[in-house]
Each structure stands twice: as structure tokens, then as C-alpha cells.
Ligand binder design. Sequence first.
Ligand SMILES: *Cc1c(COP(=O)(O)O)cnc(C)c1O
Length: 362
Amino acid sequence: MKEKRSANFNPGPAALPLEVLRAAQAELLDYQETGMSILESSHRGKEFEAVNDQAMALVREVLGLGNDFHVLFLGGGASTQFALVPVNFIGDGQVAAYVDTGEFAAKALKECQIVAKAHIAFSSKEEKYRRVPKISEIKYPENIAYLHICSNNTIEGTQFWEFPDTGNIPLVADMSSDVASRQLDFKKFSLIYAGAQKNLGPAGVTLVIIRDDFLVKAKKGLATMFSYRTHVENKSLYNTPPVFGIYIMKLVLEWIKRQGGLAGVEKMNQAKKSLLYGAIDAAPDFYKGTAEKDCRSWMNVTMRLPTEDLENRFIAEAAKEGLLGIKGHRSVGGIRFSIYNAVLLEDVQRAADFMAKFRKSA
Ligand SMILES: *Cc1c(COP(=O)(O)O)cnc(C)c1O
């Protein structure tokens, strides 16, 4: 059976590889001859334990991490990590520094301010978050607990292309919308977190990676579920983890390996973003990219049209052609194409063709 598959540009939950969905479908009712679904299996059983172990090993392999990194699969979304990071890592009287480059970065900052003092190391808020900082613009005092950045600003369509060298200061990153989308030295981060629903799997599971030399600094005596130590010590199995999300993430990571790992997906993502930014730059008076050029995101391509009326027509006509999920975030308006790993090049080509056609007809 060939089902109808739309060109899915949703910002998250987002497109998953068809191969992954088919694999999950094929073994949904009877997982590896157990006579039950993995959805119905105990998280303490050997089948799920194998899934959990394989998913952890695949994260290490795909991201190129050594054994000094702990890999966690937690519930609560990236938004819970906004709170857990300061709760675990800011000591009494200590300050953490935050780079404010978008709505999610600002939400992370706000959670820090509930429990501790935050230093704003840079903010592009006054510039409508059109850019991320140059490294030299990031300023923070000595002895901060960590520096927090958001590597890809999902709503505003900007992305970091160079990262600060913080020396002894731990670097923490929210990589929810660009983890595993490009080659990167992930080892330079002390902690990375990412909700799975953009590049790694379904909503409900959040990947957290913590380097051991940072974990040892985590506070003790916290509420059990709020302590990263608990989850490290129990391989994310202290309580019932989001089993189905972890299983799908394992399938997605295997799919990434089949694409040639991060080098392979990066190449594909580069081709995809070039099509859309090419369409914008071919008609800069009509399609106004909202991110500064050297900060453009390869994952979320954001633009405004000359009027809101035209934007609404663009969205409606695109939908008629099966191009879905492109309305900009309610806080910024406009158009946003989210082109995460699983979005097909041919669908992005159709989007670029549609942009050229729409401009001529408008
Ligand atoms: C989507 C997103 C979040 C929020 O993730 P939840 O899983 O909904 O909590 C946080 N940060 C970034 C960068 C995101 O793209």
C-alpha cells in the first residue's frame, strides 16, 4: 500500500523518516517474537533494556562521544531541562550566564532566575532576535557555574556557526532543534539537552548528555526526580522512562548511520537549506529573510512576505499543493519552513519551486 505522505515542514513534532515509521509499524504488534508490543513490555524486561542500551550506544557513536559522557533519556521535554540545569548546577551564591538569542533561550534564562542570579552574556532581543552573537560579544564574569546557549533558535531561524571556547567554564547547550543535524565537536559541551521531536524522534523523550567532570559538580540532596545523579545512576530507569520514544530514537539513530552519519545528514541538510535560501535571495524584495545572513539556520528557514494578506495566501496555496506546517510561530508571524533531518530533499525542492511560482503570480 502506498499512503499519501505530505511534504511536512512542521516545526515539532516534525517529520520522521518513512523507513523508521515502517519499521515501527512492522513490529508494533509483535516485538521480536515476544507476542507483545514494545509499548506493552516492561521497562525492566530484557527486550527494553536492550533497546535502552543500544540507543545510548548509538547516541555516543553518532555524536562521537567518549565514555566520559553520560547519556540520559528523560521525560518532561526540553522545558524541564531549562529548570533542572540551574537547580542541579548553580551553587549557593553562584551565578550562571545566559546567551539570549530567542524565545526558547529566554525561557531557559527565566527558569534560572527563579532559583539563582543570572548574568546575561549577550542579548539580541532588541534586534528582534535576528542574529546570534559573534564570539567576542559574549561577556561573562569569572567563576560562573556555566554558560548556557541555544544552538539553533527554532522560532527565529538563527543558528550558531561557531561556539565560544569557555576554557574551564562548563558550556551548556539547548540543541533541541539541531542536534545530530551537522558535524560538530560535541565533546566541548559539558551538558547538551534536546527534546526529541525535531531531529531525533517523537515528543515525550528528551536526550540529555552530561560530561562526567560536570556531573560530579551536580548538587546532592535534591528531590530525587530532579537530580541528574539519579538518572545517571539508574541508566534513565529510576522510574518508567518514555519507552516508545526511546525505541523510536534508536530507529532514527540507526537511520542516521545509514545516511552516512552526521557527515551524510549534514550534506543533505546543506543542499536543502541552499534551495530555500536561494529562493529567498532570488527575490529579496518579496521574500524577506528574517535572520541575518551569517546566522541563518539550516533547520528553520524564516521569512516575511510584503503583507500579511500575501502570507496567508502563500500558506493556503502551499497547503493545496501538499506543503504543510509552514506558518511562522505565533510570536513572529510570517513563514517558517522547518527542514529537519527527515524532511526530504525532493519536498524542499517542491517548496522552492512553489516560492518561485507564487512570487510570479502574486
Ligand atoms: C522545541 C524547543 C524547546 C521546547 O521543547 P519541549 O520539548 O516542548 O519542552 C526548547 N528549546 C528549543 C530550542 C526548541 O526548539
